[in-house]
Design a protein around this ligand. Structure first.
Ligand SMILES: Nc1ncnc2c1ncn2[C@@H]1O[C@H](COP(=O)(O)OP(=O)(O)OP(=O)(O)O)[C@@H](O)[C@H]1O
Length: 230
């Protein structure tokens, strides 16, 4: 599903070059749930942004469904991302003047989907995240957990094969965090989607199938958690 081969990334600031990721290798199978841990500044967001095709790596390859995304030009990448990749942000990134259902329909508009089908798909995924009753409300009328559910629905409405989540529960209280993680695991089981979740929370890591840890830009350990017990 996802294969990372000898991936390195540096940021250049004037004459100074800082290596943030150094020789990362990783294989994630279809339908796996992987938690990506590491202290602040270890390179988690950088790795996630590279895997999601939001940035180009300095060196190495990132293959999603067999396709090396670093070789794609901007247009190819945009099209590939629209069809294959979902992204969930810590701060939800919903559009405030659009209703819940309009937010969820947005990626389908970019795909050129017909209005009737758009609405049907958005309604179906909103019911999967338990928000069918809230479709006409606006983001400001929802709780943080509900807003994150909308953003999860938006990331899934195009039926991506992999969803990247950057600290999806970082702004939520413990109870809501548990609900959101439960929802992601449930969606993973129901919809055959691979999830890669960046987190600071041990609880998220505990419930994922596998945790990987970044330290100073290197993948220092991978361990089986939930998967090993099954
Ligand atoms: N655009 C950039 N230009 C220069 N340096 C950057 C840039 N983005 C990130 N960095 C540096 O790369 C390193 C890794 O940052 P990154 O955001 O990937 O870490 P992180 O593990 O996600 O941290 P956090 O948990 O605090 O979000 C940091 O030292 C950061 O300062």
């Amino acid at each position: 599903m996802l294969e990372i081969i000898d991936l390195s990334h540096s940021f250049r600031n004037g004459a100074e070059e800082t290596k943030v990721l150094d020789g990362i290798n990783l294989v994630v199978d279809k339908k796996e749930v992987v938690a990506l841990l590491g202290s602040s500044g270890s390179g988690k967001s950088t790795l996630l942004n590279l895997m999601a095709g939001l940035m180009k790596p300095t060196k190495g390859s990132i293959r999603i469904a067999g396709q090396p995304i670093e070789k794609m030009n901007e247009n190819q990448l945009a099209e590939f991302r629209r069809g294959n990749i979902g992204f969930i942000f810590q701060s939800y990134e919903l559009i405030p003047h659009l209703s819940v259902i309009e937010n969820v329909e947005l990626p389908l508009i970019f795909q050129g989907e017909k209005p009737k089908l758009r609405k049907e798909k958005a309604e179906a995924i909103l019911s999967q995240v338990g928000l069918e009753e809230k479709s006409k409300l606006y983001p400001s009328q929802l709780s943080g957990g509900q807003q994150q559910r909308v953003s999860i629905a938006r990331s899934l409405v195009t039926s991506p094969s992999i969803v990247f989540a950057d600290e999806p529960t970082g702004n939520l209280d413990t109870k809501t965090e548990e609900e959101i993680i439960g929802l992601l695991l449930d969606l993973n089981a129901r919809l055959d989607i691979t999830f890669m979740i960046v987190t600071h929370e041990q609880e998220v890591a505990r419930r994922a199938e596998r945790t990987i840890v970044l330290r100073d830009g290197r993948l220092v350990s991978t361990e089986e958690s939930r998967g090993a017990a099954e």
